[in-house]
Ligand binder design. Structure first.
Ligand code: PLP
Length: 431
């Protein structure tokens, strides 16, 4: 498969090149040149397929022939070796739990897939690759875990000081080996800007091979389609108008869902559920795109003011506002509303959500008011124990720590403090 840059000023790339480069040379995001829908028979027999088979059919066209089928099957097997259960809250609302992986957030899927693709592409290459990644919370841990020990790959993670949860911080600062954490005096968008600047800094790119593991990287973004299919497989016999409410920050996850729909998955509608960083909610109302400074919230993984993947959503809809606004709604909520939702979900359904999932739940409820014949699935994008202080504080309960979290919580944090781009550059050049 070839990929083109959404800025249209760079040559087309193979999958391999797109994975290794992350961002195109003209700073545009890569987008697949063709998208071929899966045939009818795939959907009519989906109930009989294993998750591995589904994932293979879904991703095949985007990576073939550069990754041979047998290698791809192995990569898929290792990527999705945990559960993706649907939990019904009532007949109108379900949640898709995406937190059963090693770092307990959906980002494990993309990070593991990408790490294995990059490991495959780099296996006979002597020159090291440096993965540079900005995190608003969960990317860091997922990428650190996914890439740990992958030969020939160094990982440098930038995270905003004091703006990620304790568990998130531990997950990205305690692994060692080929993983380094940089604690940035700033917000997520500062981290993301620094990463983008590094990619276009020829002082750096002439001396090292840099790539990104943010959802701008096609190998992280596209495998996120898998679980929309897994959800459909579990739901389609019971519900015929399935709506996904996706707690959104950089809009990679929801954009993957929209790609799944392009492949023919019968999804009725998408909802981008936002916190107070709501540039897209406003854009859909006014058609004016005006990012504002990032606000820190209790759903910190969505504290993004200028979501990178939105340009891909526009491309999927051929830059047509009307078609996009028919496929997508967006609502946004304050921290207070999020806390109230956590309580409501606990009281009404005896279910403990995390703050991101709670926003997805609120958006489902809002949409269902006017669309009573649909079934809304909100994505539980992380385990509530990752946001222990918030969730325990709001609900006044004790959450049992899952094994994955127990393993990191008492380890010692190791991070290098930096305050600006020069700090990053100095660090990269000093190694
Ligand atoms: C990353 C993240 C999000 C936002 O996902 P995007 O793909 O960036 O929109 C939502 N919730 C959690 C828990 C996350 O880690």
């Amino acid at each position: 498969m070839n990929y083109y840059s959404l800025h249209n000023k760079a040559p087309k790339s193979s999958f391999k090149e797109a994975v290794i480069k992350g961002l195109a040379p003209d700073k545009g995001l890569y987008f697949p040149e063709t998208i071929t829908a899966l045939e009818e028979a795939f959907f009519s027999s989906i109930i009989d397929l294993s998750r591995e088979e589904i994932a293979f059919r879904v991703i095949e066209q985007f990576v073939s022939p550069e990754i041979p089928d047998d290698v791809l099957k192995e990569i898929i097997k290792e990527t999705i070796d945990f559960d993706f259960p649907i939990v019904a809250l009532d007949s109108h609302i379900s949640t898709l739990e995406l937190f059963h992986g090693p770092t307990m957030a959906f980002k494990d899927v993309g990070a593991r897939f990408m790490a294995r693709c990059l490991g495959y592409f780099n296996q006979h290459n002597k020159e090291e690759i440096t993965v540079l990644v900005a995190t608003s919370g969960d990317t860091g841990g997922a990428v650190a875990h996914g890439f740990l020990g992958v030969e020939g790959v160094q990982v440098v993670i930038l995270y905003p000081k004091g703006k990620v949860s304790d568990v998130q911080e531990k997950q990205l600062t305690t692994l060692g080996q080929n993983i380094t954490a940089l604690e940035v005096d700033g917000v997520f968008d500062d981290c993301q800007d620094m990463v983008k600047r590094a990619f276009s800094d020829t002082d750096l790119t002439s001396q090292m091979r840099l790539t990104s593991a943010n959802s701008i990287n096609v190998a992280r973004w596209l495998p996120q389609m898998f679980y929309f299919f897994f959800a459909y497989q579990q739901l389609y016999k019971k519900h015929n108008k399935i709506v996904f409410s996706v707690p959104s920050g950089n809009f990679g996850n929801i954009c993957a869902g929209m790609m799944a729909k392009k492949l023919g998955l019968p999804i009725h509608h998408f909802i981008a559920a936002n916190n107070e960083n709501n540039v897209i909610t406003k854009f859909l109302e006014t058609q004016e795109y005006s990012p504002e400074p990032t606000v820190a919230t209790i759903s910190n993984a969505m504290d993004v003011s200028n979501p990178s993947n939105f340009v891909r959503i526009q491309e999927i809809h051929h830059q047509d506002f009307k078609s996009m606004s028919q496929a997508l709604s967006s609502y946004s909520y304050s921290d207070k509303e999020t806390e109230d939702a956590l309580k409501e979900i606990k009281v009404q359904y005896d279910y403990i959500a995390d703050p991101h999932g709670a926003i997805g739940y609120l958006a489902c409820k809002e949409y269902l008011k006017d669309h009573k014949k649909t079934h809304c699935v909100f994505l539980e994008t992380a385990h509530p124990a990752k946001f222990l202080r918030t969730v325990e504080g709001v609900l006044n309960v004790k959450i049992a720590l899952p094994e994955q979290i127990k393993q990191v919580i008492n380890k010692k944090k190791v991070a290098i403090a930096i305050s600006n781009y020069d700090g990053l550059k100095k660090f990269l050049l000093s190694r």
